[in-house]
Design a protein around this ligand. Structure first.
Ligand SMILES: Cc1cc2nc3c(=O)[nH]c(=O)nc-3n(C[C@H](O)[C@H](O)[C@H](O)COP(=O)(O)OP(=O)(O)OC[C@H]3O[C@@H](n4cnc5c(N)ncnc54)[C@H](O)[C@@H]3O)c2cc1C
Length: 444
């Protein structure tokens, strides 16, 4: 069995945080140490905040560039959560920078008079506005009803604008970047961010173009789900850790950046046929059934840390799925069956009705190959239903999970409300938090 990491995941994750802090603070230390700042504490402090805010903004490009080594330490949802929070911190710093300046030197307020202000001040105003728009359209994307794809495109443009204008402002002011090597240092950081954009937008799609896939089959499944089976074309494809996901581009060029994340639902050990279980919910997913075999597809993956492969010494697993959240869990079970894994698996699977249990027949078949107990939890049960009904709550979990809570690892994938409720219930039932792993299908 392949191991994801050579070192302990916690050590690697801690190391990345250290690297993050060093990169955030390093340019600031260099800028402030030599020659020493001399404009008075508050002005220097405000400038320091501006520079930290700028380096944090540059680092956002790293967080979202899907660098596999970083992603495999945390998982994409934690990384994106971190991206969201650090963006807000950077925004507060960028805003605090002029506010402190205006309080300390009220005459600088006239820099806000846009038509008459010098270019360096105009760049700052425009950069801050770009940053503000980016933050607002992200926080209120859903209430503002901005569709995901235009939002994503505008997010990148606004980010580039905010960083570029911020850097232009810092060079224009010059006080702290007066020496040539300091300009070189900051230019290096900005070029690095630009290179990352180039990599994500051009190099990665180009690499994907060289490894295309074709649609082999599209089959209906229970619960408004379609199985999309892909075959690698002219290359070997990839194996993956069951539970991982990939970004799928279908019937368009990968340069269009209109890709969607889906968990693989097939066995992780078969590179020659990769399957996804896709539920109809929106524009893209409702069109899946209309594609024909032979359609071109591209995959960027595998990604993710939602896999039992990281816990090879666990005594067994508790898998908790809601609706289409079964896809990564089904892959985990299928792969385990093929690998003749003899550990106990408990699957707690919530679905609206008996008829809508995705992969129901296949799961029943897996019971013959695995030490697998399945608990279906139906929201609307038929009259003769003898099993559990309602929600996966603390009481239901207490009935089924082992008494030695820490002897198992728990994998949860469901709708956000169910994920929150299950996480809380597991916590109350004293399942160690380090043993609970969640896969969120809603990244943005
Ligand atoms: C790690 C992960 C694994 C997933 N695995 C599965 C799976 O196995 N099966 C399944 O049915 N669904 C899965 N999803 C959800 C799937 O990605 C969305 O349902 C799909 O992208 C919705 O697209 P749409 O255009 O049909 O719907 P829309 O109505 O346009 O979007 C619905 C919501 O999906 C999200 N979304 C839309 N487009 C994208 C995009 N390009 N990238 C990221 N998020 C987007 C947004 O939050 C959006 O508000 C997974 C999501 C993630 C993050």
């Amino acid at each position: 069995m392949k191991r994801l990491l050579m070192h302990s995941p916690i050590t690697v994750a801690a190391l990345w945080i250290l690297v993050y802090l060093l990169i955030t603070l390093f340019p600031l230390m260099v800028l402030l140490l030599y020659p020493p700042p001399a404009q008075g504490f508050w002005i220097d402090f405000s400038v320091a905040l501006g520079f930290i805010g700028l380096s944090m903004m540059v680092l956002q490009f790293v967080l979202t560039a899907r660098v596999n080594r970083i992603e495999s330490s945390y998982g994409i949802d934690i990384l994106l959560q971190f991206h969201r929070y650090t963006s807000l911190v950077a925004f507060v710093m960028v805003l605090a920078h002029p506010i402190i300046l205006f309080i300390g030197q009220p005459e600088t307020l006239q820099l806000l008079n846009f038509p008459q202000a010098p270019w360096r001040a105009r760049l700052a105003v425009l950069g801050t506005l770009a940053f503000l728009t980016m933050v607002m359209t992200t926080i209120w994307r859903k209430p503002l009803q901005i569709p995901y794809e235009p939002w994503r495109a505008s997010h990148t443009i606004l980010a580039v604008l905010a960083v570029g204008l911020g850097f232009g402002h810092a060079i224009g002011v010059g006080n702290y970047l007066g020496l040539f090597w300091k300009v070189v240092l900051w230019s290096g950081m900005i070029l690095f961010a630009l290179w990352l954009i180039l990599y994500v937008r051009l190099i990665k799609p180009w690499l994907m173009m060289k490894k295309p896939y074709v649609v082999e089959e599209i089959l209906p499944q229970r619960g408004d789900v379609w199985i999309l089976a892909l075959r690698p074309l002219g290359h070997e494809g990839f194996t993956f850790h069951p539970g991982q996901f990939a970004w799928l581009t279908l019937n368009i060029t990968p340069f269009s950046m209109r890709e969607h994340p889906f968990s693989m639902s097939s066995s992780g050990d078969h590179a020659d046929r990769i399957e996804f279980g896709i539920k109809e919910i929106g524009d893209f997913t409702k069109r899946i059934k209309d594609y024909q075999p032979g359609t071109r597809a591209y995959l960027d993956g595998p990604y993710g840390v939602f896999t039992i492969d990281r816990y090879w010494d666990s005594a067994g697993f508790v898998l908790i799925a809601g609706g289409v959240g079964i896809t990564p869990i089904y892959s985990i079970l299928l792969t385990a069956a093929e690998r003749q894994d003899d550990r106990p698996f408990l699957l707690i699977y919530a679905a609206p009705t008996w008829e809508e249990i995705t992969y129901r027949e296949a799961i029943e078949d897996l019971k013959k190959l695995l030490h697998l107990t399945v608990v279906y939890v139906l929201r609307q049960a038929q009259d003769d239903w003898q099993g559990d009904t309602g929600y996966v709550d603390r009481e239901l979990l207490a009935k089924y999970i082992p008494l030695h809570r820490g002897s198992r690892h728990y994998f949860v994938c469901a709708a956000p409300v169910m994920m929150d409720a299950v996480e809380k219930a597991l916590f109350e039932l004293e399942v160690p938090v380090t043993n609970v792993h969640m896969e969120h299908f809603n990244l943005a």
